[in-house]
Design a protein around this ligand. Structure first.
Ligand code: ADP
Length: 266
């Protein structure tokens, strides 16, 4: 995979009718890093990811992907570059798990053509990596929320893109699977130089796994930088209105956040 993937957003705005979701949003993202997007509910995180994957277009401002306006890319070409693991995943049809993962191969399979051996191999590899191959033939409709979430992660991996976007992709997972997904995704950054842009609510996971944090508030970038630079008590107080302390944790060997329970800032 080539490694020139980068985004440049300048004064991007987006609104839903009269509700502004992003306003004057300016940010650059470069290849080979794990970015964590952190911010309160409703601050525009999902909208931001939708813009990066090309399913929404900026109302104003510019969004460049590898130096070209993202809107100039053909859908199929962009889908070979960027995959999204959405927050909500509803398939109202009785597909098997492997059929859902195969959907990740759509940018490579021509209309009316059948999947190639390579396509099936990628599906198998993605299911093996996430550890879901043993339920490949089961119906997606009979799976638990957490199992479905792992299937959707495998679907995005089968898409075989240098950039992966995660919208709270571990919210239904128990701690074992949460750590598994984060570990595998981190390895994709380390070993393959892929770029990960993930909405993460749990600040300790963000601090443990990300290279850079993008704090968002009310549709804007509030602070951005490395975990060491921006994950601190004033930033958490400003963005979430929560009193926190950040300390190096000797067991996990990273900085971790603790909260003051029962006495939050107003
Ligand atoms: P987040 O992912 O940070 O929770 P979103 O990007 O989903 O935030 O939403 C940003 C803002 O846009 C919120 O105020 C939300 O209510 C609004 N919004 C999101 N989707 C829609 C929609 N389909 N129609 C109207 N308003 C929306």
């Amino acid at each position: 995979m080539h490694r020139v993937d980068s985004y440049q957003l300048n004064n991007v705005s987006y609104s839903y009718g009269t509700t502004s979701a992003l306003e004057d949003f300016t940010l650059s993202l470069s290849a080979g890093k794990f970015y964590g997007i952190v911010g309160p509910n409703g601050c525009g995180k999902s909208t931001f990811l939708d813009l990066l994957v090309g399913s929404k277009e900026p109302e104003s401002g510019t969004l460049l992907f590898n130096g070209q306006p993202l809107t100039t890319y053909k859908k199929r070409d962009l889908a070979r570059q960027v995959a999204l693991v959405p927050q909500n995943f509803n398939i109202g049809f009785d597909y098997s798990v492997e059929e859902v993962v195969l959907m990740g191969r759509h940018p490579y399979i021509h209309r009316f053509a059948s999947p190639s051996l390579k396509d099936w191999q990628r599906v198998q590899d993605a299911m093996d990596l996430i550890g879901i191959a043993h339920f490949a033939k089961r119906s997606i409709m009979e799976l638990s929320g957490g199992e479905k979430q792992r299937v959707v992660v495998a679907r995005a991996l089968a898409q075989d893109t240098p950039i992966l976007l995660f919208d709270e992709a571990t919210s239904n997972l128990d701690i074992q699977y949460t750590l598994q997904i984060f570990d595998k995704v981190r390895a994709l950054v380390e070993k393959e130089g892929r770029t990960i842009i993930a909405v993460i609510h749990n600040l300790n996971f963000a601090a443990a796994y990300c290279d850079e944090i993008i704090f968002m508030k009310e549709g804007r970038v509030c602070k951005t930088g490395t975990v060491a630079e921006v994950m601190n008590a004033p930033a958490i107080a400003e963005v979430f209105g929560v009193e926190a302390e950040i300390r190096f944790d000797s067991f996990s060997q990273v900085n971790q956040v603790s909260y003051r329970y029962g006495g939050q800032l107003e």
